[in-house]
Write a protein that binds this ligand. Structure first.
Ligand SMILES: [Zn+2]
Ligand SMILES: [Zn+2]
Length: 296
């Protein structure tokens, strides 16, 4: 962490400070988030307007297709590349370790050796696999590369989400993947005084209402095979919902107001204990799979 006390002017920094105070073992991860999240939030990367009128958008969603699926999208690859260079440079500053790994990726980005087109293309559904093989081809650290590829498109995706969400207001979306970008929901939220369950997308920030008693992974709604697990002492604030049919789980938090898209990653970090609890009991990872069909 770059700061030593509370009283941060940036809400992200303040929230991370409080989080590390509670969970000292998250200090290293929090240091990374403190670099990445403000850069993503402040990135000047609008994504450009999406040409889809309201009626076709509503019809597409009613047919079960994410709105960005098969759309001609103007993803500014130059700007994304630039953001990736800024991210890796900033991460190198706080790494305190082997800077060679960071410098190697930075050089590959600057020399245009990385196949950004493939890594950001909609067919790269299994993004981990694509990143692995590209990292292997260029002798780069796969984990670091994955952080960049997963994060750099977020500002454009969030801009598209802000633009498209109002067009389809009120259309039901009974799926566990995002109605904007197709990524799997990262978190459930119980919103407002009635604790209405919503799912949230960690990529574009989308927010959609979802059945209170159904598994977002397989659709199972048999209450005999759905359970809640809790983490002491936060019984009231968060839980993990597990499904004995598909053996997957979803972390769910109580947040009366919807969490802003840039703060979602912090909620995910703060609920890490729930991942341990669920995985310890043999349930799979809630965010497994691809990033979803984003711009090519
Ligand atoms: Zn999304
Ligand atoms: Zn299930």
């Amino acid at each position: 962490m770059t700061s030593t006390g509370g009283g941060h002017s940036d809400p992200i920094g303040q929230r991370l400070f409080e989080l590390v105070h509670r969970f000292p073992n998250l200090k290293e991860a929090a240091g990374r988030y403190e670099i990445i999240l403000p850069l993503l939030r402040d990135a000047d990367l609008s994504g450009g307007p999406v040409a889809i009128p309201a009626e076709p958008a509503r019809a597409k969603m009613a047919g079960g297709l994410p709105l960005l699926h098969d759309l001609e999208l103007e993803l500014d690859r130059g700007a994304i590349l630039d953001l990736m260079v800024r991210l890796i440079s900033a991460l190198a500053e706080v790494s305190g370790g082997n800077r060679v790994l960071y410098d190697r990726i930075k050089r590959a980005l600057k020399n245009h050796r990385l196949d950004i087109g493939t890594l950001l293309s909609p067919v790269a559904a299994d993004i981990r696999q694509a990143v692995q093989s590209e990292a292997h081809r260029l002798d780069l650290d796969p984990d670091l590369l994955l952080v960049l590829i997963q994060n750099a498109p977020k500002p454009a995706l969030r801009a598209w989400c802000r633009q498209l969400s109002p067009l389809v207001d009120g259309i039901p979306w009974p799926n566990g993947f995002c109605f904007i970008c197709g990524a799997k929901a990262i978190l459930g939220e119980l919103q407002d005084n009635h604790l209405v369950k919503h799912l949230r997308c960690g990529q574009c920030g989308a927010d959609w209402q979802f059945s209170r008693l159904a598994c977002p992974h397989c659709g199972n709604d048999d209450h005999h095979t759905l359970r809640y697990l809790y983490a002491e002492p936060d019984l009231e604030k968060m839980r993990v919902e597990v499904c004995d049919k598909c053996k997957n789980y979803l972390k769910v938090i109580v947040s009366f107001d919807p969490t802003s898209s840039e703060m979602l990653a912090l909620e995910e970090l703060e609920t890490l204990v729930l991942d341990y609890i669920a995985q310890d009991q043999g349930y799979g990872c809630s965010i497994a799979g691809g990033r979803g069909p984003i711009a090519g």
